[in-house]
Design a protein around this ligand. Structure first.
Ligand SMILES: Cc1ncc(COP(=O)(O)O)c(C=O)c1O
Length: 235
């Protein structure tokens, strides 16, 4: 919720019902969406149920270092109940050092990243996240409308900060290459071949520039001036 390539949220309600029926543990990977989706919904966005409001969801991951705007090194995994969380605790007495209990499999960890994340979250608060995510939504909506005007096809109906789009007549990778020449280091999808953007609040102020460079890149590719092509490879 959502997936990284297209920014689309899976049908969690249906998966939840299936998990309940089959007595399975449903974990929602909300790594990239967990700290944006609730605030987009508060801002009036159309976000389908994806979290513990779906009865079958037993755990979720949500990354603080993505749309939580915190530094890397601290993140969150949430459980529906204390009983379920107890499975994450490492608790071992079968050695000569006495009982060893840690909250996760990882042992000693620095608290600095956790403290920094706590500070960022308290600094931003609900209002701060809503404001930042409004900017992300504005950027996404401007990109969606702009690329559609240029003849690209947005993949699915993204609701958060990721948008991917393809073109039925030109090679999106060639367009990516032209954009790179102008300093746009963005991403790609491979199925289908498409351009991929993960938007942050700052991008609201540069969507106009991006779209005019995209129009230029498209024109160049249509005219046969392809330039550098990107390999379809992720690392
Ligand atoms: C849906 C999803 N899950 C997991 C991850 C992995 O995140 P990380 O590499 O920060 O652990 C990502 C990264 O973007 C993601 O989008």
């Amino acid at each position: 919720a959502p997936c990284f390539p297209y920014g689309l949220i899976d049908p969690i309600e249906k998966l939840g019902a299936l998990a309940e029926k089959k007595k399975l543990w449903l974990h929602v990977d909300a790594c990239v969406g967990g700290y944006i989706a609730p605030f987009v919904r508060m801002n009036g966005g159309d976000v389908p149920p994806f979290d513990f409001e779906v009865p079958g969801v037993l755990s979720m991951s949500a990354d603080l270092h993505k749309y939580g705007y915190c530094a890397k090194g601290a993140s969150t995994v949430l459980f529906r109940s204390e009983e379920l969380r107890s499975h994450m605790i490492f608790d071992c007495a079968d050695w000569p050092g006495g009982r060893m209990v840690t909250p996760t499999l990882a042992g000693t960890r620095p608290g600095g990243a956790i403290a920094a994340a706590w500070a960022v979250m308290n600094f931003l608060g609900e209002e701060g996240y809503r404001a930042k995510h409004r900017q992300v939504t504005n950027a996404r909506e401007a990109v969606e409308a702009g690329v559609a005007r240029l003849g690209f096809r947005v993949l699915g109906r993204p609701q958060l900060g990721i948008v991917s789009f393809t073109h039925d007549e030109v090679d999106p990778f060639a367009v990516w290459g032209k954009l790179f020449e102008r300093g746009w280091f963005t991403s790609l999808t491979t199925e289908p071949k498409g351009l991929h953007l993960m938007l942050s609040p700052f991008h609201e102020s540069v969507t106009g520039t991006y779209l005019s460079d995209l129009e230029w890149a498209l024109g160049e590719v249509k005219a046969g001036n392809e330039g550098k092509k990107r390999e379809a490879r992720y690392s």
